[in-house]
Design a protein around this ligand. Structure first.
Ligand SMILES: NC(=O)c1ccc[n+]([C@@H]2O[C@H](COP(=O)([O-])OP(=O)(O)OC[C@H]3O[C@@H](n4cnc5c(N)ncnc54)[C@H](OP(=O)(O)O)[C@@H]3O)[C@@H](O)[C@H]2O)c1
Length: 249
């Protein structure tokens, strides 16, 4: 029996990167895990990669209707929820003068509206004593060129963590965030930047990391498991940086 035996965990955006790494660790520690993604092929590919008590659900993170359906399907399959890791997100960068409404709406719809409205859809089916964890970013406190929209979307999540932590404390539901620095995941291949621009951005960012490297998805995943565990029972409303020191210096 693992640390999370009989616990039900939903992880949004779990078809790659930190979400997938986190799902694997929860499964290894006995949780029943619901993994979401927006791409059916990527979800199907996970059927042979993963084992354990799991459910794969196609859900567009920015869709309130999909979020409601996700919660309904989870409850029908596994019962009430204990852990909600709101991880799905996109990274795109544009400097002032080149911003567009499309750029703004895409990032805010996926990175802010999605997680908040998924928490909203889940709250009546989240067990007392459960936990919600958001995935923010070092960019919510660091100025970096091109990230006015992305960085502020993550700062909005940081603010949401504080509010929900207070709202849900009477039910002993803890609300926290992990705040990754630069992490080696497929997100870097999905930006609006050219390969050269990504290389330049990545080099600039990793140069600011005291530990001098990109982090690994599993390093974030282990922090998520800690926050979801009984070991973190007196931790709420906070953000745990997993950034090699980047935002701390
Ligand atoms: N990697 C970093 O350096 C870094 C740093 C700080 C914070 N973060 C945050 O960490 C989180 C995870 O990112 P990652 O680095 O692990 O990247 P990733 O490998 O691209 O994972 C993101 C996951 O979210 C899914 N997703 C994206 N948009 C979605 C949507 N609209 N609906 C449903 N699923 C969606 C992706 O699916 P598709 O592949 O189908 O899009 C993927 O499964 C994000 O919130 C990101 O902002 C990343």
């Amino acid at each position: 029996m693992g640390r999370f035996a009989n616990k039900v965990a939903i992880i949004t955006g779990a078809t790659s990167g930190m979400g997938l790494d986190t799902a694997k660790l929860f499964l290894a520690e006995g949780a029943k895990v619901v993994l979401t993604g927006r791409n059916q092929e990527k979800l199907d590919a996970l059927k042979s990669e993963l084992s354990g008590d799991l459910l794969l659900v196609k859900a567009e993170a920015s869709s309130v209707r999909d979020s409601k359906a996700l919660i309904q399907q989870t409850v029908e399959t596994f019962g009430k929820i204990d852990i909600l890791f709101l991880n799905a997100g996109v990274f795109k960068a544009l400097p002032l003068g080149q911003l567009s409404e499309k750029h703004f709406d895409e990032i805010y719809d996926i990175n802010v509206k999605g997680p908040l409205m998924t928490a909203n859809a889940a709250i009546n089916d989240l067990n007392d004593g459960g936990t919600i964890i958001f995935n923010t970013s070092v960019s919510n406190v660091k100025g970096m060129p091109g990230v006015s929209v992305y960085g502020s979307s993550k700062a909005a999540l940081r603010s949401i963590v504080r509010t929900l932590a207070v709202e849900l404390a009477p039910r002993n539901i803890r609300v926290n965030a992990v705040s990754p620095g630069p992490i080696e995941t497929p997100i870097w291949t999905k930006t609006n930047l050219t390969e050269e621009e990504v290389g330049g951005f990545a080099a600039g960012v990793s140069g600011q990391v005291p530990l001098g490297r990109f982090g690994k998805g599993t390093e974030v995943a282990k922090t998520v498991l800690f926050l979801a565990s009984a070991d973190a029972s007196f931790i709420t409303a906070t953000e745990v940086p997993v950034d090699g020191g980047m935002a701390q210096v």
